[in-house]
Design a protein. Structure first.
Length: 498
């Protein structure tokens, strides 16, 4: 990031809008840039006024107009950092906006660079073409390593081995230096040593704060998924795609996959199992929360998600029911001033061009709501369709669910149960067994084939309630999506329950 800022200053950019919550780290980088270029550096805030970093002098100016007047009096080849500048552009003062624009023109001819530091993007329309916007990237592994070494030294812990450092740095990826420092320190206080589990827990709590991303801890594996052999085989072939050996081989990082299908057929379960199969952390994105009520907030949320995901790479990014997050992009211009279209476009561009090893697993129930641009090759490596489970798959699902709830599958006639649940989804099979457990518990006995059959006689599967929609989904997927189950391995044809 230092080189990027330095190049813009050397190129004569008069205005930079720098988005970051890491004020101390930004200031440290700017001091290094000023030193390399032999520029002066002044830092302003509403409380301290305008401080000359080298001379330690302070000018008493405590509002936007006063500091802009002071900037005009500074010498050539000077960098000026304005802290918390988004506050002054939430409801901009027309005088301050005009002065800022005029000061940019003056700065261009005198070698000055005005850097507005903000935690979110707020730029008046009058200045959008006058100032360059930069996202200050999250710390690299080397920067986090410096923080880790500092905590270890201050706690007088034994020197960490290289492999141990990798564990802690992986746990801290995606955090700011301050957040990482606090997490490292907390792990020492709680356990008396550095503990990666504590750091990972704190990272999960940190990501929850903005409500956009969530770290998902899952014990699921591909063995937890009944059937879907074609999809699981595809994933297993990419299991080592993020390893160093794959990079040396020249293998490009896989982009991701879109799993389309009927609700309750294991799409979300497969997303969780994918992260476990790859041995990567799982991030869940709620696409609907990308949209904010303030101007520029939605676009800022997209940048924040991308920045965090790339900082944590390699990782799996799970977008559940993606159609609900992006289905408004077509009519966006008439409904929200084009915000949805811009958010969707930014996300699509990143999916197409991303270099960081972020594997996207998106799930969808209704393909008709997905924009066609998202479905073409280049966004995802593959599109899979998950149909209702066939006889063999239902039998596997019954075995998994019975074992999951602490019972022995061999005590049940799995073939009979599979036949009795034709047209059922995996989620409905699980619920049927749970209902049987409740009924058996009320009678102080264990569930059996008979009690489960009684439950099934009262169940109305989704395939009966949504027969028309399921048939339409099947027609669309034929020739457009790969079946998640190998057709030649199906022992019984699927059909919707009568």
């Amino acid at each position: 990031m230092k080189e990027t800022i330095k190049n813009h200053v050397r190129a004569g950019y008069p205005g930079i809008y720098l988005i970051s919550a890491e004020e101390a780290r930004v200031e440290s980088e700017l001091k290094a840039v000023a030193g390399d270029l032999k520029h002066g550096l002044h830092i302003w805030s509403i409380t301290t006024g305008l401080v000359d970093v080298a001379q330690k002098g302070v000018r008493d100016c405590h509002d936007a107009v006063e500091v802009l007047q002071a900037i005009g009096e500074l010498p050539e080849n000077t960098m000026i950092l304005l802290r918390d500048w988004h506050v002054f552009w939430d409801d901009p003062n027309p005088v301050a906006v005009r002065m800022f624009k005029e000061e940019l023109r003056s700065a261009k001819t005198r070698g000055k660079t005005i850097i507005a530091l903000a935690c979110r993007q707020r730029i008046p329309p009058e200045l959008e073409r006058e100032i360059v916007v930069m996202d200050f990237s999250l710390p690299t592994a080397e920067e986090l390593e410096t923080v880790l070494d500092g905590i270890a030294a201050s706690a007088k812990l034994p020197k960490l081995k290289k492999e141990e450092k990798f564990t802690f740095l992986d746990a801290a990826k995606g955090m700011t230096t301050t957040e990482a420092e606090n997490a490292f320190a907390l792990s020492v206080v709680e356990t008396g040593e550095l503990d990666a589990a504590v750091v990972a827990r704190q990272k999960a709590e940190t990501l929850k704060k903005n409500g956009l991303l969530e770290v998902i801890e899952t014990a699921e594996s591909l063995d937890s998924v009944g059937g879907l052999d074609a999809l699981k085989d595809w994933l297993r072939k990419r299991k080592e795609a993020f390893s160093r050996h794959a990079v040396e081989y020249g293998l490009p990082s896989p982009k991701g996959l879109l799993i389309l299908g009927i609700p309750g057929t294991g799409k979300s379960l497969t997303a969780k199992a994918t992260a476990a199969a790859f041995g990567l952390p799982l991030l869940k994105l709620d696409a609907g929360r990308l949209y904010g009520g303030l101007v520029g907030q939605s676009e800022g949320n997209v940048r924040s998600v991308i920045q965090t995901a790339e900082a944590m790479a390699p990782c799996v990014l799970w977008i559940d029911e993606i159609e609900k997050g992006f289905n408004g992009s077509k009519s966006s211009g008439a409904t929200d001033g084009g915000t949805s279209s811009r958010v969707f476009g930014s996300f699509l561009s990143w999916m197409q061009d991303k270099k960081a090893p972020v594997f996207i697993v998106a799930t969808a129930n209704d393909v008709s709501q997905l924009p066609p641009e998202m479905l073409r090759k280049g966004r995802f490596d593959e599109l899979f369709f998950v149909d209702l489970p066939n006889q063999e798959e239902r039998q596997a699902i019954w075995g998994i669910q019975i074992a999951k709830h602490g019972r022995n599958p061999s005590d049940f006639d799995l073939g009979h149960l599979a036949k009795a649940t034709e047209g059922f989804t995996g989620a409905e099979i699980e619920q049927a067994f749970v209902d049987a457990l409740f009924a058996a518990f009320a009678e102080n006995k264990e569930p059996g084939d008979l009690s489960i059959s009684e439950i099934l006689t009262e169940a109305v599967p989704l395939s009966r309630l949504m027969a028309e929609q399921i048939n339409e989904l099947r027609k669309w997927s034929k020739g457009r999506a790969r079946p998640a189950t190998n057709p030649e391995k199906e022992t019984l044809l699927r059909r919707i329950a009568a």
